[in-house]
Design a protein around this ligand. Structure first.
Ligand code: FMN
Length: 360
């Protein structure tokens, strides 16, 4: 059997295969609420056979949203519809996962199809939070440098979000510490210019992420998997490096993180990304080997054979797909066919599994 279709168990959770739907912002919420769009979007990919389906970046507080249209989990009222989604995903034999996020200085923007720019004050712009008052782009409004009280509130927000995620029925939590959002901003020496115990040395810059991991891990107990998405490199000279990532992954492993989801970039407007098929896979491999921790490979993986090869070469343990899953929600079922793995189709769709020539 293809390795992509071998089950993988992490703690008490068994994934039926190693294909994962990557978190993807849908910018389709009002006041943070999930709705029919999210149910159908995530539900179809669970019907399509993925072993793990992640929600998009789900904001732990209103000001932690990239846009006013982001999904959120900052109040108990959000739980009910999220539970409907998690229950549907689980009913397809897939594992429902949620990505918890705070957008930091990249918050208070419009959605991509509404201009992808900072909100204006008449559009209810809000003050963004960051480790230091340095904006992502020179033209962006300056963020507020977080006080220690803000940091304490952030940890409470992550804790409460994790509690709600469990109530909603999610079985995996991923902490978003990549792509230049708040936790990534603390990690990077380019965006974190603090002088207190949360800035300066590597140990100080990783402190907030480790503390957030502690509060989320304690909510999950030992039973459920915890993933962290990082930007393994920053693609800028003197920025966060792969060596930093390996060192961080070791610390995260000691804190009970099970898997590092290895993305890159997003924290500097000066980044130069040599994007090409599989370009981030070497990061998953280096972190897996260097920190002896499970990793997920993501980024320009588009074919079943690429997925299988990455797993066979031991470069990563999960294959995480975003845009290919938008092109083909049934990617996983199609991949099984291509890799000659006999997987269960939804019973409702069984008659389409093999091409037969009868109408009956
Ligand atoms: C529409 C869209 C929305 C995205 N939203 C998120 C997100 O909410 N959280 C996140 O960590 N990455 C997000 N990403 C990045 C993807 O998860 C993924 O890392 C990236 O697209 C590279 O994978 P791909 O080449 O398979 O698309 C998004 C990507 C797309 C295309």
């Amino acid at each position: 059997m293809a390795l992509a279709f071998e089950p993988l168990t992490i703690r008490s959770i068994t994934f039926k295969n190693r294909i994962v739907v990557s978190p993807m912002c849908e910018y389709s919420s009002i006041d943070g609420f999930a709705n029919d769009w999210h149910l159908v979007h995530l539900g179809s990919r669970a019907v399509g056979g993925a072993g793990l389906v992640f929600t998009e970046a789900t904001a732990v507080s209103p000001e932690g949203r990239i846009t006013p249209d982001d999904l959120g989990i900052w109040k108990d009222e959000h739980i009910e519809f999220l539970n409907r989604i998690a229950t549907f995903i689980a009913a397809q034999g897939s594992i429902p996962g949620i990505q918890l996020a705070h957008a930091g200085r990249k918050a208070s923007h419009t959605s991509p199809w509404k201009g992808n720019r900072p909100l204006k004050s008449e559009e209810n712009a809000w003050t963004t939070l960051a480790p230091a008052s340095i904006s992502f782009k020179e033209t962006d409004p300056l963020p507020k440098a977080m006080t220690v009280a803000d940091i304490e509130q952030l940890k409470k927000d992550f804790r409460n979000a994790a509690l709600r995620a469990l109530q909603a029925g999610f079985k995996v939590i991923e902490i978003h510490a990549a792509h230049g959002y708040l936790l990534n901003e603390f990690l990077s020496p380019l965006s974190n210019k603090r002088n207190d115990e949360y800035g300066g040395s590597f140990e100080n810059r990783v402190k907030l992420l480790l503390e957030v991991v502690d509060v989320v891990r304690s909510v999950l107990t030992d039973a459920l998997p915890l993933f962290v998405r990082i930007s393994a490199v920053e693609w800028v000279k003197d920025g966060w490096s792969i060596e930093d990532s390996v060192a961080l992954a070791k610390l995260l492993k000691d804190k009970g993180v099970d898997l590092i989801d290895c993305s890159s970039g997003g924290n500097s407007s000066n980044q130069k990304i040599p994007a090409a098929p599989l370009y981030q896979v070497p990061f998953a491999e280096k972190i897996k080997q260097g920190a002896d921790i499970l990793t997920g490979a993501v980024g320009l993986i588009t074919t079943p054979q690429q997925a299988e090869d990455i797993l066979q070469k031991g470069q990563a343990d999960l294959i995480i797909l975003a845009r290919q899953m938008l092109r083909d929600p049934y990617f996983t079922l199609h991949a099984a066919k291509e890799l000659d793995a006999d997987v269960q189709w939804p019973v409702q769709y069984e008659r389409a599994k093999e091409k037969k020539h009868s109408n009956a």
